[in-house]
Design a protein around this ligand. Structure first.
Ligand code: GTP
Ligand code: SPV
Ligand code: MN
Length: 620
């Protein structure tokens, strides 16, 4: 049976749900679940336990109802394909809200709504929203259960897809529930796809494979640490443990309690000499975190092990260094572009027990996406379920098609990926997708300069969110869509963490794999060749490489970066590192406008760094 903790499958008749009050502890949890049920009116309540048996029965039920397809068991064992509604394929940033008490606390880069007004609107929308459906109560731990920096949350959802996905992405079920004692703080997260199966007049509504609503609202209440998500079943909109909790709400917790919640991958790097280094890197969505985290180094003797591919929680440790954990337990990775040459580790990870969303299907029941093989199969079913051939005008997989798979299945996973204390960080890397201006790698002078790097990341927009792909935007700390409070306060918080770390602070770097030549091709081969940049970073950490200081940071000296065998001509190398003072002066003016958006919340130390950049460019 999937009914486990016996906390009543009949909704409580207690309060009306208009005043859902989160609070610490298990009694508060029971009350909250009862209140949500009386508001949303599901047919059934199921407390999930996370067991294998429960998972199998959920998947079987979804196959039977047609909401997912079982892939061929010999080609892709234990794996499934979900096709979303074509209008529900990515995060919806313009429908994502930070409902802090004051608008200034959300800051100019977040959509803000008055918390009382939003609560009222959501309460109305959630009213009866689960009629005819099952409401799942999903306890989860972010970070290893009982770990020093771990946190628990409970998501209520009417989507079984969300349940099976959360089981992969977090430590979900009985163990997490057992963490919630009378005094435990847990984050309540409400989710509905917003498509009840019973209309207001009582008539039945037919279900669809991917229920969702035209209206989508992803709301966060930082002061009460609550999440309400309405109308979407997709990824970051619906798997609330991920972006909503582990970044937006956690960033608020982290600021209050002296740690950091960041959109960062984590790796363990072993040099040929046997030196072990841990590196955290922040790149915006669909800008290479998963690929970097699973890198197969092209240089002999180097080893990269995966700790996390999307989110890191970092905290100063007792030894004064910065320690980090991956709060997740799985990967929700971009499928297109993932192939045996670019990311063999990811290809091996998704061989089995994987939920694919919006990829194409082969006629024999396997999956395919652009880049999975060099040549596409002659016939496919595209991500919308339509026949597809190589002559079809549209891609077979949606550009934001994803795989959901357990981290433990990754061949490059590090032995200490789920250690309770995490790993000590040696270097922090910021990156973005920039066709121009930004050099392949640059080093910050110190932590403060590194915070300046982070605060000024810009990147060309990708398909990970709704919006114009390719448009350049400032994405500070790769957190533009994920910071739960005023972004300028985030920069101040980073400066304060640096003050605390002092000489034990990690070194900071900026990278750009995506610079293009005038003919439009990438100048840098990327992927496994990115080890060459890591080699230079490792050498810098050991004081083994020289640096040439430019207005935009420290660059490798000529010959300092090992490019042997890449076939890059001197011209391409020059282009990769060119710092064009005129173009950068224009960029600096954009950065000034970027800072001005935040008014006097911008730390003076960062403004000074910008002035310094301008002075250096003028002198160059
Ligand atoms: P999210 O899961 O959205 O946060 O994305 P991510 O940052 O993990 O990006 P991911 O590694 O999935 O890569 C996104 C896209 O960038 C894929 O199509 C990759 O093939 C491509 N990509 C990743 N690394 C490189 C690289 O070094 N060079 C080039 N040219 N493309 C890359
Ligand atoms: C991202 O967009 O950064 C993702 C995918 O990792 S989602 O979970 O949808 O946010
Ligand atoms: Mn991401």
């Amino acid at each position: 049976s999937t009914r486990s903790t016996g906390s009543g499958s009949t909704p409580s008749t207690g309060s009306t749900g208009s005043t859902i009050e989160p609070g610490p502890g298990i009694d508060a949890l029971r009350r909250w679940v009862a209140d949500v049920a009386s508001l949303t009116q599901p047919d059934d309540i199921v407390w999930v336990d996370g067991s294998e048996e429960e998972n199998r029965s959920l998947l079987t039920g979804m196959v039977r109802s047609g909401s997912i397809v079982a892939l061929d068991d010999s080609l892709r064992p234990g794996s499934f394909l979900a096709r979303s509604d074509p209008a529900d394929v990515a995060r919806v940033e313009d429908r994502t809200f930070i409902c802090s008490a004051t608008e200034a606390d959300a800051g100019p880069t977040n959509n803000w709504r008055d918390p009382a007004e939003m609560r009222e609107e959501l309460t109305a929308r959630f009213g009866g929203s689960m009629r005819g459906r099952t409401m799942y109560v999903v306890p989860f731990s972010m970070g290893p259960v009982g770990g020093a920096i771990s946190q628990v949350g409970v998501q209520v959802t009417d989507s079984p897809y969300v349940v099976v996905s959360t089981r992969i992405m977090t430590r979900m079920g009985a163990e997490a529930l057992a963490e919630i004692g009378p005094d435990t703080e847990w984050v309540p997260a409400l989710h509905t796809v917003g498509m009840p199966l019973v209309a207001d007049d009582g008539s039945a509504v037919g279900d669809v494979p991917w229920p969702s609503n035209e209206v989508k609202i992803i709301a966060h209440f930082p002061e009460t640490r609550e999440i309400w998500s309405y109308g979407s079943g997709y990824g970051g909109n619906a798997l609330l443990a991920k972006k909503c909790f582990a970044l937006r709400i956690a960033s608020v917790m982290a600021r209050q309690d002296g740690w950091l919640a960041e959109h960062m991958l984590l790796i363990r790097l072993t040099t040929p000499a046997g030196k072990v280094l841990h590196i955290a890197a922040a790149f915006p969505s669909a800008c290479g975190k998963t690929n970097f985290a699973m890198m197969t180094p092209s240089l002999p003797g180097w080893k990269v092990e995966t700790i996390g591919d999307d989110i890191a929680w970092l905290r100063p440790g007792a030894d004064g260094r910065l320690w980090a954990i991956n709060p997740e337990a799985g990967f929700f990775g971009v499928a297109p572009g993932t192939g045996p040459d670019t990311n063999p580790a990811a290809m091996a990870t998704v061989r089995s027990n994987t939920i694919f969303t919006n990829v194409a299907m082969t006629l024999d029941g396997d999956v395919w996406w652009e880049g999975a093989t060099e040549e596409p199969p002659k016939h496919l079913i595209d991500w919308r379920g339509r026949p597809w051939t190589p002559d079809s005008p549209e891609p077979a997989a949606h550009p934001n098609a994803r795989f959901t798979v357990a981290a433990a299945q990754c061949p490059t996973i590090s032995g200490d990926w789920d250690s309770h204390d995490g790993v000590p960080i040696d270097a922090i890397v910021f990156g973005g997708r920039r066709a121009t201006n930004v050099p392949l790698v640059a080093e910050a002078e110190d932590w403060e300069h590194g915070v300046f790097f982070g605060s000024t990341i810009s990147s060309e927009q990708t398909a990970a969110a709704e919006g114009p792909v390719g448009e350049l935007r400032l994405d500070p700390f790769a957190m533009l869509p994920f910071c739960g409070y005023n972004m300028a306060d985030h920069w101040q918080h980073w400066l304060e963490i640096g003050d605390q770390l002092g000489s034990k602070a990690p070194k900071v770097f900026r990278v750009n794999w995506f610079r293009k030549s005038s003919d439009g091709g990438y100048l840098w081969p990327g992927f496994g060749e990115n080890i060459r940049v890591l080699e230079w970073i490792a050498d810098r950490l050991e004081d083994d490489a020289e640096v040439e200081w430019s207005p935009v940071g420290g660059l490798p000296r000529v010959g300092g970066l090992d490019v042997a065998g890449l076939g890059l001509d001197g011209f391409a190398l020059d282009e990769l590192f060119e710092v064009d003072a005129v173009a950068w002066s224009a960029e600096a003016e954009q950065l000034r406008a970027h800072f001005d958006r935040f008014g006097d919340r911008v730390p003076q130390r960062l403004r000074d760094r910008l002035d310094q950049l301008t002075r250096r460019l003028d002198a160059a």
